[in-house]
Design a protein around this ligand. Structure first.
Ligand SMILES: Nc1ncnc2c1ncn2[C@@H]1O[C@H](COP(=O)(O)OP(=O)(O)OP(=O)(O)O)[C@@H](O)[C@H]1O
Ligand SMILES: [Mg+2]
Length: 264
């Protein structure tokens, strides 16, 4: 199992410090959700721990080694990152995009083998994208495009999946499809999922651990029940909400958040 940690992480854009001495540790194959308001630093955290951004200070360790000291392809075989709002060239088809997920597993100039083909088909099937495989990515609807990118991240076949708002733009059916897929990958293959979510009810229902971020700092880190509380939602989002426990058998153990206003 890959262990990922951030030690004393500091990230600035120009002169503005966005993350200030952040410590995080991910050592179990859990589903972890980062929650927090717009601009609080969630994507910056995800990009930093996913090697897309080099921190000004501090280190990100993957299995105890500085992630920036490891070759990009080696990291890409262990960890895949779906950033927020990714862009694909206009003429790229869904199939081409998903096959890029196999690049770290190929030799230089290598073509895909049968295993690659099987993984690509699996990723397309899991995201319900098979019938759209021949379409150009730029012609897809927002939700279809999002699923194409998720398929690419899946095709990388890593033990660690970092996803920035994977369900944004998806209808409720496809939101659940993706969340249940992540749950299945976690249960069946012990894949660690670290994702940014705005939907607090999804975070509550599908995560083992929730990290609430404010102003680039972690304000709460624990189980959904420990973090998604009326007090924390007031502090982190400035909203007033009721948190209810759901007792019926279909969604036993879940908590549900009902926001009803902003804090004044
Ligand atoms: N490339 C950049 N250049 C300058 N400032 C940036 C850049 N990227 C992010 N920021 C700033 O850093 C802060 C954190 O941004 P980040 O994207 O991490 O927030 P977020 O929590 O992911 O927000 P959202 O929920 O809107 O996606 C914000 O104030 C943002 O304006
Ligand atoms: Mg973001």
């Amino acid at each position: 199992m890959n262990i990922l940690s951030a030690e004393a992480l500091e990230v600035s854009y120009d002169d503005t410090v966005v993350l200030k001495g952040l410590y995080l540790r991910f050592e179990r194959p859990e589903i972890v959700s980062l929650i927090g308001s717009n601009g609080s630093g969630k994507s910056t955290i995800l990009k930093s721990i996913g090697r897309l951004l080099r921190p000004g200070k501090g280190t990100v360790l993957l299995n105890g080694r500085d992630i920036h000291s490891l070759p990009a392809a080696q990291v890409a075989r262990m960890l895949s990152v779906l950033p927020q709002g990714p862009q694909a060239p206009d003429d790229l088809t869904v199939r081409d995009l998903v096959s890029y997920g196999r690049t770290p597993h190929r030799r230089i100039f290598g073509k895909g083998d049968e295993d690659d083909e099987a993984v690509i088909r699996w990723a397309l099937r899991e995201t319900s994208m098979e019938s759209l495989a021949g379409r150009q990515v730029h012609t897809l609807s927002g939700g279809e495009r999002q699923r194409a990118w998720i398929a690419m991240a899946l095709a990388q076949k890593t033990e660690l999946l970092l996803l920035d708002e994977p369900t944004t733009f998806l209808d409720i059916h496809h939101q659940f499809e993706i969340m249940e897929l992540l749950q299945r990958l976690n249960r069946k293959y012990r894949i660690m999922v670290i994702m940014v979510l705005h939907d607090l009810n999804h975070a509550a229902r599908f995560s083992h651990r929730v990290i609430a971020v404010k102003g680039g700092c972690v304000v709460r880190d624990g189980s959904p029940g420990e973090v998604i509380t009326e007090e924390t939602l007031g502090e982190v989002f400035g909203i007033r909400a009721r948190i209810l426990s759901v007792g019926d058998s279909a969604c036993a153990g879940s908590i549900v958040c009902i926001p009803y206003g902003v804090c004044r």
